[in-house]
Design a protein around this ligand. Structure first.
Ligand code: MLT
Ligand code: ZN
Length: 481
């Protein structure tokens, strides 16, 4: 099917936008816009009437005001790292993409409040670095943190590697600033732990995937920088052993666990073979692995003792068959590389169907067994390559196309495959999207999973805040705007 040509904006509107956005702030040439019209996975290809790059909250608000007046739908986009097509425009060519990347100032770090006030376009990595340079820590870490921007991270309520200790993105946000669909700026930039004054609006916008507003700024709660960190890579037989190991650490000292990540053998093998400089630092490959990280703001060697004690017992009990402890920061980063490159390695191996699901911890082994059998029956030769945040019950049950198969034909079956996996998730009391959100990819699942009163309330909220339906249409809610 050929998509219609992008609607040309009238010259008067282009001039008005150029005036608001300043030099280089408006892209209208196809070659300049191309990088913003396709998602990271290459699944969604959209069109846009233009791409706007406001450099301030006010410019963003004025742009939205103008769009509202002309009925032009807008698609907010941060680092374009969505796994569910959440920031890609549709094929109509009517939509205006609004990039947050030029709003990129760390506004203030307060060492008494332990807070960071920040623009939406700062990358998560730059925000982490700024906190670190101030002697503090922003405890949010995801594989795409080098590109993902704070606005998108909050719009999707990102989870990631430290959720097990510090919670999802929404738990770290004290204040928020957002541009509403009518162009007004909603200023909720209060750095208060306690504030019981009406509806908790900031929480409504966090995780709303750009369907209610464009997040332009936030106040984030920081943590003390750890003085001691211990990181280990462990070989385990299966998810059951990984969970038993998690319980062993939790029972020994729950507050020390900063990350507890699971990687299946097949997924790790893709990393070791397709990512440069990512060899397995263990003597033998294993059916599965765990990366565990303990951290404390206190110095000393207590954590090393704890790590050795728990792993020693786990080796003795046969829960772990081998383990290696990071002896330097370089080695710790090398272990993390082995975890963070799973998505990239899978991309290099061909097309993937991703199931970012959660189930109760106790149900993970059964989920993986049943979902593996279901997928292998559906697509002989499919490469089942799960990994993820097992300490949160969040598994990326990713499926890579059979070797040598036609990638497009495999991807054409994504609904069939996702539905087979999520039927099992549902049976086990889980969720079809644990951290990547709903976006375009999974909007079709909403009526079945969140139907009835739940979806009705969501639709009413959308209609109340965005009556014209111009804010990121077609995302999250299947047919609202
Ligand atoms: C990750 O944790 O690395 C990403 O959320 C996963 C993915 O590619 O599914
Ligand atoms: Zn993840």
């Amino acid at each position: 099917m050929t998509s219609p040509s992008p609607a040309a904006l009238p010259d008067t509107l282009i001039s008005a936008l150029e005036k608001i956005l300043g030099p280089g702030g408006l892209l209208t040439q196809a070659s300049d816009m191309a990088g913003f019209l396709t998602d990271w996975r290459g699944m969604f290809h959209g069109r846009a009437c233009a791409v706007a790059r406001p450099a301030s909250t006010e410019a963003c608000a004025e742009t939205v005001r103008l769009c509202a007046a002309h009925g032009i739908p807008v698609v907010p986009q941060g680092g374009n790292t969505s796994m569910v097509g959440g920031a890609t425009p549709d094929a109509s060519g009517r939509e205006l993409v609004i990039l947050t990347s030029r709003m990129n100032r760390v506004r203030e770090i307060d060492r008494i409040d332990n807070t960071m006030s920040i623009d939406a376009g700062v990358t998560l990595k730059a925000a982490q670095d700024a906190a670190f340079d101030a002697g503090l820590m922003l405890p949010l870490s995801i594989s795409s943190e080098g590109s993902a921007e704070i606005g998108g991270v909050l719009a999707t309520n990102a989870g990631g590697n430290n959720t097990v200790r510090y919670g999802n993105a929404r738990e770290l946000v004290l204040g928020l600033e957002a541009v509403l669909p009518d162009g007004r700026v909603l200023n909720l930039m209060r750095r208060l732990r306690k504030d019981n004054t009406g509806y908790a609006l900031r929480q409504l916008f966090i995780g709303s995937e750009g369907t209610l507003a464009i997040i332009t700024g936030a106040i984030l709660q920081l943590q003390p920088k750890p003085k001691s960190i211990e990181t280990a890579l462990c070989a385990v037989a299966d998810p059951k052993a990984a969970l038993a190991l998690f319980a062993a650490f939790r029972n020994a000292e729950p507050s020390a666990i900063q990350a507890f990540e699971f990687m299946s053998g097949p997924s790790m093998k893709l990393v070791n073979t397709l990512i440069p400089d990512a060899p397995l630092p263990l003597a033998e490959p294993s059916p599965a692995y765990v990366l565990v990280e303990l951290a404390s703001p206190r110095g000393g060697d207590t954590l090393r003792g704890l790590m050795e004690e728990v792993l020693g017992k786990a080796l003795e009990d046969g829960l772990v068959s081998d383990a290696v402890l990071a002896e330097s920061e370089a080695q710790r980063l090398a272990f993390w590389k082995l975890r963070e490159e799973h998505s990239e390695a899978q991309k290099r191996a061909g097309t993937s169907v991703k199931n970012d699901v959660s189930v109760p911890l106790s149900a993970i082994p059964e989920f993986i067994d049943r979902a593996t059998a279901a997928c292998e029956k559906l697509v002989p030769g499919i490469r089942v390559a799960p990994f993820g945040h097992i300490g949160d019950g969040n598994i990326h049950f990713n499926l890579v196309q059979p070797e040598g198969a036609d990638g497009a034909a495999f991807l054409a079956r994504d609904h069939e495959i996702m539905d087979a996996v999520t039927a099992i998730v549902r049976d086990l009391g889980g969720s079809f999207s644990a951290e990547h959100g709903v976006g375009q990819l999974k909007a079709y699942m909403m009526p079945e999973w969140r139907g009835g009163a739940e979806l009705d309330v969501m639709r009413r909220i959308k209609a109340a805040i965005d009556p014209q339906g111009i804010m990121n249409p077609g995302k999250m809610l299947p047919d609202a705007g």
